[in-house]
Design a protein around this ligand. Structure first.
Ligand code: GLU
Length: 499
């Protein structure tokens, strides 16, 4: 095979029809890793010939998503390159010319069948339980006659002449040889009546002209392999190495990963689009590590790998043929790990946009103070909004007075703890150590457990029973805000007890 000699040139060739799905991101990543591993080129090509499904937003989502994942492309939109244009609708002349070559060589033919006739044939085929169903009526037309009719303006498509008998065996670098009986193959349309090619023609022509050495793509294209291989043969070209990446199953392992995002009853989303992962605050480091393991492994046990390690270790030999299973818990776990690995300044910088989006004035200094208090408690950057809200909110969300009452205690105990706590905290310099000493001292004097002292104070300043570490939180909040909130809690308790 040609693997060793040709320079490695791989492409990610999405069709901009919708949101950028993580399945696509996995394909992009494997191509990118393969290119970087071999010192080759990673090309981005936009396959936008399906005008009915074209979605103008999709390209932006795609480019933004690739940027977020830091999958930089060496050739393609915005960066150019020596094999452009990289958007297929800008290459229509090239496809028409190549289609002409196939017609000339007798490898393709013009088909004048009306859409109504084709629909009827498809309906009949469906009744028989078959797919496709085109009866190849135009395959036997005299080519000169067909050319004349085309010239006279009669609408037509161009179809590929597939072999009618025998078998086609194709080699897949991941799955090995795959054999298809030719009888099941259709005479697929290469050029539509409006002069726009179908995916198959454009894809093969571009992979050849762009000197793609390896095609790494989703497994849904396996069934197109025989057509593509016959197209290469008809053009007299050598096909690239073909490799179809394993399917991604949803977390149950029973069905394909969903194409849509579903909401759980609690309102949380199960993300499947790259921009949702970004919005929720998954780090690109974690996404890359997680996606790399969807169908590839280094040694069956190493899970955490940096981008650099992945580049060094990535080979096609270790891509599996069997489906991979998506696991949200594993991704969350990895993301938490990568969050904890970040330098505090780095994490602070990444959190600021999330706090700002929540509508808070989040200056970097303050966020930097909060980082050590919350970094262990978040799996996604967006989680920080719920964990750290009380540092930013002017007014705490309402909570029930009963929440202030400590375990094995009552309202009187809570009230005493809050009042004594407020008094003691009012007298000290507001540092972590002094705060702790003061609160512990008051608990002792009151003859209550330290936890019974801390609980009402915690609820008073954060509005919650579970919060980041108490003394540090008080320190960051500052004396004034802390005392004011404790005061509000006291008033709340008094109001509740009617005292
Ligand atoms: N445009 C196709 C897609 O979106 C590309 C398939 C291929 O890589 O050949 O999946």
């Amino acid at each position: 095979m040609n693997t060793d000699r040709k320079p490695v040139r791989v492409r990610y060739a999405p069709s901009p029809t919708g949101d950028f799905h993580v399945g696509g991101a996995r394909t992009a990543l494997f191509n990118w890793l393969f290119a970087r591993h071999h010192g080759g080129r990673f090309i981005l090509r936009i396959e936008d010939t399906d005008r009915k499904r074209y979605n103008p937003q999709a390209l932006q989502w795609l480019l933004d998503g690739l940027r977020y994942l830091e999958l930089d492309w060496d050739e393609g939109p915005e960066v150019g390159g020596g094999y452009g244009p990289y958007v297929q609708t800008e290459r229509l002349e090239i496809y028409r010319e190549h289609c002409g070559r196939l017609l000339e060589a007798g490898a393709a033919y013009r088909c004048f069948c009306t859409p109504e006739r084709l629909q009827e044939l498809a309906r009949q085929a469906q009744q028989r339980g078959e797919r496709g169903g085109y009866d190849r009526a135009c395959r036997n037309l005299d080519p000169e006659e067909a050319a004349r009719r085309a010239e006279a303006g009669e609408p037509h498509v161009v179809r590929f002449k597939m072999p009618l008998e025998g078998e086609t065996t194709v080699h897949d670098a991941i799955r090995g040889d795959i054999t298809f009986p030719n009888a099941v193959l259709q005479d697929t349309v290469l050029m539509k009546s409006d002069g726009i090619p179908t995916y198959h023609l454009a894809n093969v022509v571009d992979d050849h002209l762009m000197e793609i050495s390896h095609v790494l793509r989703g497994d849904e294209w396996v069934n197109s392999l025989p057509l593509h291989i016959h197209l290469y043969r008809a053009f007299g070209w050598e096909p690239p190495v073909m490799a179809h990446l394993p399917l991604i199953l949803n977390p149950t392992g029973k069905g394909k990963m969903s194409k849509r995002e579903e909401r759980a009853p609690d309102g949380s989303v199960r993300p499947v689009f790259v921009r949702t992962f970004q919005e929720l605050g998954y780090l690109p480091e974690a996404m890359i590590n997680f996606l790399a393991l969807l169908g590839w492994s280094y040694d069956d046990k190493t899970e955490i790998m940096s981008r650099q390690e992945l580049i060094e270790r990535f080979t096609l030999e270790r891509v599996q043929a069997s489906p991979a299973v998506w696991n949200y818990d594993k991704l969350d776990h990895m993301n938490g790990y990568y969050i904890r690995q970040l330098a505090p300044e780095d994490l602070a910088g990444r959190l600021v946009p999330f706090f700002e989006k929540a509508g808070w004035k989040a200056d970097r200094e303050k966020v930097l103070q909060i980082v050590p208090l919350i970094r262990e408690r978040i799996k996604r950057l967006s989680d920080a909004v719920a964990v750290a809200d009380f540092f930013f909110l002017e007014k705490l969300p309402p909570y029930d007075a009963a929440e202030l009452i400590p375990k094995k205690g009552d309202a009187a105990m809570a009230l005493a703890a809050l009042e004594r706590g407020r008094e003691a905290l009012g007298k000290i310099e507001f540092t972590r150590e002094a705060i702790e000493a003061a609160l512990r001292g008051e608990a002792e004097k009151l003859g209550i457990k330290a936890g019974q002292m801390f609980h009402p104070i915690r609820v008073a300043i954060s509005g919650r029973k579970v919060s980041p570490p108490l003394f540090e939180s008080l320190e960051v909040l500052g004396k004034e805000t802390s005392l004011a909130r404790i005061g509000e809690a006291i008033a709340k308790l008094r109001g509740a007890s009617g005292a």
